[in-house]
Design a protein around this ligand. Structure first.
Ligand SMILES: Cc1cc2nc3c(=O)[nH]c(=O)nc-3n(C[C@H](O)[C@H](O)[C@H](O)COP(=O)(O)OP(=O)(O)OC[C@H]3O[C@@H](n4cnc5c(N)ncnc54)[C@H](O)[C@@H]3O)c2cc1C
Length: 379
């Protein structure tokens, strides 16, 4: 596609996920042609949240500011405009994106990086769900406030034995006990898989199981949670079954069997050349695990290929690593390292390693780092 000389060509980045914030950093450093081109980033809120630090925030180890990325500042550095909005529907044929509130945005190029979501069941009692993170941002402090003011024991049922479920359950128990050591908490973790952390090495699963048992969690492995398992008096912590957003289903885009946006190695949609996707939104072939690390790794290819699509140059292929490192935070500052080929490790040094990686990632979005990028970009 070549940039039209007579009208403004619009690049629409939908969702302020990992791939898009890094794409914008790349464009701040190496600006896109600025004439007849506008770049919009659409996200429901001004800040996006870095999930790697969510467990530390829930455990009370990190303030919220440490995990917030200021999308307005990132857009400003890249010469893009932030549109606060949430996509409700997409017509890929007509190239029109419909936002909650009725606004419609047309585009020449669209890139989707909206992540995945969870759909917790109806539960009469309190329910904390790990996604969307914006909801957790509200629900967790509200839950803590009620906890601090209340009395008596609490029964907590967590559903989902993946990395995020394990980390968050440990963080939740740590924080609840820290704030009210006088109130007993009983916890169970349900997982339909026969062991924790499916897809991770056995050693990592054993370490996670040991940490949970030490925290007093009863492991209900190989047990698919059903509504009758948790009475209304129990609090439900929902961390199971990441799913694509509903609006993708009616978009007209080619989708994978599990409903994510099917992409070629270039991250371009298999059905619509004007659409790209990255991170959890993208269904890559062969399938990749859904993780922030994967979304980060896709960013250079995405940034390059959106630029190439604008000027009609050939697209590069994203070459994913066969396995990526996962670091699971434990609430006492230790962490578990897990890698499909290298195995697993645990300790305070792993916790320091995770902190260094997470905080290093976040430093790239600090006002100082953005200012220096902009200076490099114009020089
Ligand atoms: C508690 C927790 C901890 C995790 N820890 C790790 C970890 O340590 N390491 C790791 O690799 N992975 C981790 N993950 C997994 C990781 O969060 C996801 O795989 C990753 O965030 C996906 O990144 P993304 O860029 O695709 O999208 P996201 O980071 O999910 O970002 C999506 C963005 O799109 C926005 N958005 C969503 N819907 C719309 C819409 N309709 N319109 C406009 N904008 C929209 C959202 O508000 C958000 O800003 C964790 C997940 C959770 C829940």
């Amino acid at each position: 596609m070549s940039a039209d000389q007579r009208r403004v060509c619009r690049v629409l980045l939908l969702g302020g996920g990992h791939s898009h914030v890094l794409t914008l950093l790349e464009w701040a450093l190496r600006p896109l042609p600025s004439t007849h081109l506008e770049v919009l980033l659409v996200n429901p809120a001004r800040h996006s949240l870095y999930s790697g630090l969510v467990p530390a925030w829930m455990a009370g180890r990190r303030p919220l500011a440490d995990l917030q990325i200021d999308l307005g500042a990132v857009c400003q550095a890249a010469g893009a405009r932030l549109v606060l909005g949430e996509a409700l529907a997409l017509d890929a044929q007509q190239r029109r994106l419909h936002l909650r509130g009725g606004e419609t945005l047309g585009y020449d190029l669209l890139s989707v990086n909206t992540g995945s979501t969870l759909r917790p069941p109806d539960h009469a009692g309190p329910c904390l769900t790990l996604r969307p993170l914006a909801r957790l941002l509200h629900d967790w402090p509200a839950f803590l406030q009620t906890w601090q003011q209340g009395d008596g024991p609490l029964a907590l049922d967590a559903v989902g034995g993946g990395a995020a479920g394990v980390e968050v359950l440990l963080a939740v128990l740590h924080r609840l006990r820290q704030l009210r050591p006088d109130r007993p908490v009983q916890a169970r973790l349900f997982s339909s898989a026969s062991r924790l952390l499916p897809g991770h090495p056995g050693g990592a699963a054993r370490r996670a199981a040991a940490a949970l048992r030490q925290a007093g969690v009863q492991l209900m492995l190989g047990q698919r949670w059903q509504a009758g398992d948790s009475p209304a008096s129990h609090c439900l912590l929902w961390a199971a079954g990441a799913q694509p957003p509903d609006w993708l289903a009616h978009s007209g885009l080619a989708l994978s069997s599990d409903g994510y946006l099917a992409v070629a190695p270039s991250l371009q949609s298999l059905s619509h050349a004007s659409v790209f996707a990255a991170g959890d939104s993208a269904a890559f072939s062969p399938a990749l695990d859904k993780s922030g690390v994967r979304a980060v790794r896709m960013a250079p290819t995405l940034a390059n290929n959106l630029r190439s699509a604008l000027v009609g140059e050939p697209l590069l292929a994203h070459r994913p690593q066969s396995a990526v490192l996962a670091l699971l935070a434990l609430p006492d500052g230790r962490a578990i390292a897990s890698h499909a080929r290298w195995g697993s490790a645990q300790g305070r040094w792993v916790g320091r390693w995770k902190d260094a990686l997470d905080l290093g990632f976040m430093r790239r979005f600090s006002p100082e780092a953005l200012a220096s990028l902009t200076l490099q970009g114009v020089s």
